[in-house]
Structure formats: C-alpha cells, structure tokens
Design a protein around this ligand. Structure first.
Ligand SMILES: Cc1cc2nc3c(=O)[nH]c(=O)nc-3n(C[C@H](O)[C@H](O)[C@H](O)COP(=O)(O)O)c2cc1C
Length: 388
C-alpha cells in the first residue's frame, strides 16, 4: 500500500521576495548531471512531470571569472523556476565570492554544493568526494556558503556520497555538520567514491543518515538507483527520506518524473510510450537544445549521446541507428525520425538500468590525505571538473 507523501517544503527564495517558500508537490529532484542537465534537458523533464530540476554543475572559480560557458550554463530556461544551480567548490573564499555574484545579480533561487564527485582528476587534488574527510575545510565551505546565500534569502543544500571507501565513511559527520550550519537539506548518493557507479546503491545508508539528522530537523534526500516510480516510493518507505534525487533513470525517459509523481499519488502504472510518442520527445529535445546552444551543430552533437538511451530496446535498423549517432541538423533528425516504424515500448527495457555503470576502483587522493582529518587542507585548483 502506497501512502501519499508529504510535499517537500523548501525555503527557496524566488529572487524577489527573500525567504519565500516553494512547496514542491512532489518530493522529486533531478540529479545534477554534468553534460546532461542543461536548461534544454531540464525543460524537457519539467514538461513531463513535477519536481525540482538542478543545473549542470559549475565551478565556483569559473563563476567568479565569469567564463562565458559557465554564465550560459546558469542561465535558466524560459519560465524556469526555481532556478537551481549546483556549485563545485574547494575554497571558502572563492565560494563566498561566487555566491555573492549569484545573490547580488539575482541569478539563482537555490544553490546545491557538490561533494560527491568521484573522478580521479578531482579526488587526486582532494576535491569532490574526498573533501568532506577534511572536516574543517568542509565546514568552512558550507558555513561560508550558507551565510553568504542567507543575505539574499537563498537556501543552500549539499549533495554527497557515503564516503571515500568502506574504511572512510564521511556522510554521518559531514551531514550533521552541514545540518548544524543551516543547509536546507542533505542529499546522499548511497555509494562511496570507490564504488563509482558499481553494484547497487546501499539505501540503508540513507536510512542511517535520516536517523542521524532527525534531531536537527534537516531533511535527507535519497539518491541512487531509482529506475521507476515504484523505486521512488520504496526508497522513501524503506529509508524515511523526505524526497528522492533521480539521475540516470531519466536518461532517454524524461517521463520518469510523471511516473514518480503518479506513484507518490498511489498509481503504480509505468508510462510505456510507443516509439512514435518517443520520437516526438526526441524532436522536442532537439528543438530545446537548439534554443539553448543557439547553434544547430552544437545542439545536435549534444543530442547524439541521448539517442541510444531513447532508442534502447526498440527495433531500429542499424543504418538508421548509426544515422542518429551522427545527426547534424534538425532537418536530418526529422528525416531519420520519419523512417522509424511505430512499435510498443519494449517493456523489458522500461525500467532497466542505463547510463554510467563504471566499476569501482581505489580512490586517488593527495599524498597523506587520510593522515589527519583535522588538517585545514588547501586545495587551489577547482576547474576542469566534470561532475559525477
Ligand atoms: C553523466 C553523469 C554526470 C554527473 N554529474 C554530476 C554532477 O555534476 N554533480 C553531481 O552532484 N552529481 C553528478 N552525477 C551523479 C548523479 O547526480 C547521481 O548522484 C548518480 O548518478 C546516482 O544517481 P542515479 O543512480 O539516479 O543515477 C553525475 C552522474 C552521471 C551519470
């Protein structure tokens, strides 16, 4: 028996009236995914269902240096509200300046801080999922962020992993520290950095964090392996989390947000669009990308990576499939789509895992990183980061 969930209340400023509260009818958040969750993809997901849709991550340093690409990434889609920006930061001063820009220039309604990136080029410098281990640096970044954003009525949330590896879990201590410093929620991807995307996310960690943060009243959002509406409901029932964060499950399936909303309302039937219905969404995605990039060529290059996800499990002749992988204009996309034959959704694929499935590996860390969690580490470089 599924019980209707409580709405997720977020004290999200709307940019005009500080401390306004946005009540999300459905406790569903699109996970930030670098290279995926640009405003075109967010609009597509928004058109399919309710929730909060978080931007691609940008680095605090690139923001203060006003890199044109970064400024474009944080530009919201038409009518997009609340405007939710994910920041990657390794330095309290830099993140403070970046948030000053977002607040003073009214560029965001919600800021999420990324402490979950597991990729070697990031952890090797002590960033991403390696950072919460240095508890003083972590709390300085979160504390400065919350304080600076509060001047503009902007809530700050954090997203983290369970820890570095099975011997070095950081989520309970870092989650509590962030909660005490005033974040609006803590989202937990229930894997360690060492696990990358391997195996199943361990939802019992989410339950542990819910229990640990209960005295603070700060909500926990669960993340990892939600492939269906029923998974979202099950995660909330099993862990007691206040909401769910959905990543790979919506790749090629933006209607997953509608399925989650339906499941939270007690309806469990998954959406199974025919190929002709899917092709409408594919074309819409292409159009939105052209608006976003203001370049048909760039838009189509971006769209190519989504094609295999949209077509997964459908019977499509090899040469047409290959054509989608090289599509270079909306006209060509339309022509390729017109060659598809309608067919029902391949049910066995509907809720199957998709997207990154990288195997775990030892986490690269700076020399001596694990020697002293109290050391106030200095990490100077925070660019060339690509999410995770
Ligand atoms: C392609 C890709 C890019 C990602 N980029 C980011 C990112 O920029 N920031 C972040 O916090 N997490 C990022 N992640 C992690 C997701 O937000 C999410 O935590 C992870 O995929 C687990 O959720 P899932 O099982 O629903 O996919 C990324 C994941 C993928 C697959």
């Amino acid at each position: 028996m599924i019980t209707k969930t409580a709405p997720l209340r977020l004290p999200i400023a709307n940019g005009q009236f500080a401390n306004d509260e946005v009540v999300l009818d459905s406790p569903v958040v699109l996970a930030p995914m670098a290279g995926i969750t640009n405003s075109a993809f967010r609009t597509l997901c928004r058109e399919q269902g309710a929730g909060l849709f978080v931007s691609e991550m940008v680095t605090a340093r690139a923001l203060i240096e006003r890199h044109p690409e970064t400024m474009r990434l944080i530009t919201p889609g038409v009518g997009e509200t609340p405007r939710s920006v994910q920041l990657y930061a390794v330095d309290p001063t830099v993140v403070g300046k970046a948030i000053e820009i977002l607040g003073a220039e009214n560029l965001a309604d919600h800021i999420d801080l990324n402490f979950g990136c597991p990729v070697p080029k990031v952890t090797r410098r002590g960033g991403g999922a390696a950072l919460p281990y240095k508890r003083n640096l972590f709390s300085a970044i979160v504390g400065t962020s919350v304080k600076t954003a509060a001047q503009y009525g902007i809530p700050v949330t954090v997203k983290m992993r369970v820890g570095i590896n099975s011997d070095h879990h950081t989520y309970l201590e870092a989650g509590k520290s962030a909660a005490d410093l005033g974040v609006a929620w803590v989202a937990l991807h229930a894997r360690t950095a060492e696990q990358m995307y391997e195996g199943q996310a361990d939802w019992s960690r989410i339950a542990n964090l819910v229990e640990h943060l209960a005295p603070t009243g700060v909500p926990v959002l669960g993340n990892g392996d939600i492939w269906s509406g029923a998974d979202g409901v099950r995660m909330m029932q099993e862990t007691g989390c206040a909401g769910v964060v959905v990543g790979r499950g919506c790749l090629g399936r933006p209607w997953l947000f509608a399925d989650l909303v339906a499941a939270f309302n007690g309806e469990e039937t998954p959406t199974l669009p025919s190929l002709f219905e899917v092709r409408k969404i594919m074309y819409r995605h292409g159009e939105l990308l052209v608006e976003f990039f203001e370049s048909e060529g760039r838009a189509m290059r971006d769209l190519r990576k989504h094609m295999a996800w949209y077509l997964k499990g459908f019977s499509v002749p090899r040469e047409i499939r290959a054509g989608f992988g090289m599509v270079s204009s909306l006209g060509e996309l339309d022509h390729l789509l017109s060659q598809l034959e309608d067919q029902p959704y391949p049910i066995e694929i509907a809720e199957a895992p998709r997207g990154r499935r990288s195997h775990g590996r030892a986490v690269s860390l700076p020399d001596g990183w694990l020697n002293d969690p109290d050391e106030f580490a200095t990490i100077t470089i925070d660019d060339s980061v690509s999410g995770g």
